[in-house]
Design a protein around this ligand. Structure first.
Ligand SMILES: N[C@@H](CCC(=O)N[C@@H](CS)C(=O)NCC(=O)O)C(=O)O
Length: 237
């Protein structure tokens, strides 16, 4: 039995981390039995979530989890698409994971009301005495990461322009196809759906929910993915 370690349901999404949400969809696509558990960053081999434990075999990072499922269980996430189509899918995945992701981090962690409505919840269980100190330290780290990545050097309006261009590009590429690459879902949908659903979360103020919702094809796509992979809703299974 495979156990997927994530952060748990939150913000109307499968997980506050779109990487965990992506991995959950990949596991659902695979048809393999799995359970979800709350992970501990200190126990994660790479200090991040998600990771899986498959009868003692621990694999971290959504991309390596996908590769593991392909190699160990012969799961085909390619959806029968051509190499060129899959290459386009991979480019959109990378755009979500390494570009759009950082705008989502910025709006959730550095906009005060969003931080209070969202990430602050993660620290509720810390003793009140040390909580402000730890929160300040973590926020400093988030800012440092954004600076190193580059988005932290732009003002918010410019970050928003970059991220909205990503969302618009996904909408343009999706067009009237049911799934990113065509009539059938593929591994790229696990990623693109999960990041769009994160951007769409109404818990957070800012332009991203509207940037998703003004594209009827993206809204329909998210709803289609939810209906397919979460037919019982997002209650914890
Ligand atoms: N490349 C990784 C990225 C995973 C990742 O960035 N996870 C974040 C949550 S979105 C995390 O665990 N961050 C905790 C930390 O950096 O301390 C993957 O594809 O799984």
């Amino acid at each position: 039995m495979i156990t997927l370690y994530g952060f748990g349901r939150a913000f109307g999404n499968a997980d506050p981390s779109a990487f965990v949400g992506k991995t959950e969809v990949l596991l659902k696509m695979s048809g393999l039995p799995f359970t979800l558990k709350r992970g501990n960053l200190r126990k994660s081999p790479k200090g991040k979530l998600p990771y899986i434990d498959d009868n003692g075999m621990v694999v971290s990072d959504s991309n390596f989890i996908r590769a593991y499922l392909e190699e160990k269980y012969g799961i085909d996430f390619n959806g029968g698409y051509s190499p060129a189509e899959r290459a386009a899918g991979l480019a959109f995945e990378r755009m979500c994971e390494d570009h759009l992701y950082w705008a989502i981090v910025e709006v959730r962690w550095l906009v005060e009301e969003n931080f209070k409505a969202g990430p602050a919840q993660f620290f509720k269980t810390l003793p009140a005495l040390v909580r402000p100190f730890i929160v300040r330290m973590i926020l400093r780290n988030v800012k440092k990461n954004l600076h190193v990545q580059g988005f932290g050097r732009h003002d918010r309006a410019d970050i928003e322009r970059l991220a909205i261009a990503d969302i618009d590009a996904i909408a343009d590429f999706l067009g009237d196809k049911p799934y990113l690459l065509g009539a059938r879902p593929s591994g790229a949908d696990a990623t693109v759906f999960s990041f769009l659903h994160s951007a769409q979360s109404p818990v957070f103020t800012g332009p991203y929910p509207a940037a998703v919702n003004r594209h009827p094809n993206l809204v329909a796509y998210i709803d289609r993915m939810l209906a397919t992979y979460y037919p019982d809703g997002l209650a914890r299974t």
